[in-house]
Design a protein around this ligand. Structure first.
Ligand SMILES: [Zn+2]
Length: 362
């Protein structure tokens, strides 16, 4: 007995703790939007709701969402937004007051980000209804908001439900779905960066989250031939992949599995470029360059992006060569605590140019 006690005494105390938030209901498919009333009923949400959308997504789906909910006896207001900034957040929080039971974000990025963050601050649930499959924030717990002219990623909450209507998404601009594919494909380098940080910095690492994220990217890369503009089948594939990527982030409790050096490159472009391209487009191009720096198969990334008609060059992003080179150089300065292949010092111009030229990005 004495021996037993002493060996237990030496064992380190188990202190790990984790809270994983996942959507409770995920409704994907043809005419999925029509299920919004049933979904809210099932979740037993309170009767007062606000639908957050922009002028375009109001026409595409926001108005219909309000109609359906009204027919299910909910009291619904529509709030149109144009920006995803702190002023908008404050306005939404004011509207929420003590009366509103839940929010619904209907749109691409901004409306969902605003609903996600405002509902988090006021501690009410929110539903995500993406009208485009352009990035993996549609079901994640983090929001991107603009502060002092810069986009920052903030802690928010995972949607209680996501409703993705493949008809609406397939009818949207193909450029948005291509960008979504870029965001998913770029998980390939995000996971490599995470593995590197684990080896070099002993960073917390989740095999489950990393494997799910890599698998999501691999499945899409291996099936890019099936992704075609205007097809609901394609929207289905892309939404499922974005969902899977969001789940990987929820498991990790951070964006780590889906955001590494290629995302730093994209964030650097957002700051440097006069007119940045779409998030997923920039991450896709970033992933080509970062895979080259990792010594991995960057040609596979590039050809997958080409198959889904996503840009693979500075010209394709409608950016100057100099903007791209500057973004590679300055990418390590973005979120320096997140260790990646770029290290944490500004990159040498010659090396940045070399990487961009070797991969045909410039
Ligand atoms: Zn992303």
């Amino acid at each position: 007995m004495a021996d037993n006690n002493s060996s237990e005494g030496k064992r380190e105390m188990f202190t790990k703790f984790k809270k994983i938030e996942l959507p409770r209901n995920v409704v994907i498919g043809s005419d999925a939007l029509e299920k919004v009333g049933d979904t809210c009923d099932k979740l037993e949400l309170k009767e007062n709701a606000i639908v957050i959308c922009d002028p375009t997504t109001k026409k595409v789906a926001g108005q219909r969402v309000a109609e359906i909910l009204t027919s299910h006896d909910y009291d619904v207001d529509i709030l149109e937004i144009t920006e995803a900034d702190q002023v908008t957040v404050d306005k939404i929080c004011d509207e929420i007051g003590d009366e509103i039971g839940f929010l619904i974000g209907v749109g691409g990025g901004k409306s969902i980000d605003m609903a996600k963050y405002s509902s988090y601050l006021t501690d009410i649930p929110f539903l995500s209804i993406p009208t485009a499959a352009s990035h993996d924030g549609i079901a994640s717990g983090r929001a991107s908001i603009e502060r002092n002219g810069n986009k920052t990623s903030v802690e928010a909450q995972t949607p209680i439900a996501m409703i993705a209507d493949t008809g609406i998404i397939a009818d949207g601009p193909n450029r948005l779905m291509s960008a979504g594919c870029g965001d998913i494909i770029s998980n390939a380098t995000a996971v490599k960066d995470w593995e590197l940080a684990r080896r070099l910095r002993n960073e917390n690492f989740s095999h489950y989250a990393a494997t799910l994220s890599r698998m999501t990217s691999d499945i899409l890369i291996n099936n890019v031939g099936e992704i075609k503009p205007g097809l609901q089948e394609s929207a289905w594939q892309v939404v499922k992949a974005l969902m899977s990527s969001s789940v990987a982030m929820s498991i990790a409790g951070s964006s780590r599995p889906a955001s590494g050096s290629e995302h730093k490159f994209s964030h650097a472009l957002d700051q440097i470029a006069e007119e940045p391209a779409l998030h997923g487009e920039q991450c896709g191009v970033g992933s080509i360059i970062m895979m080259y720096l990792h010594g991995g198969d960057w040609k596979k990334i590039k050809s997958a992006l080409q198959s889904v008609e996503a840009p693979t060059t500075a010209r394709g992003l409608e950016l100057s060569e100099d903007e791209v080179v500057e973004a590679i150089m300055h990418a390590p300065e973005i979120r320096p605590g997140r260790y990646t292949i770029l290290g944490n010092r500004k990159m040498n111009r010659d090396a940045a140019e070399q990487a961009a030229k070797e991969t045909g990005v410039i």
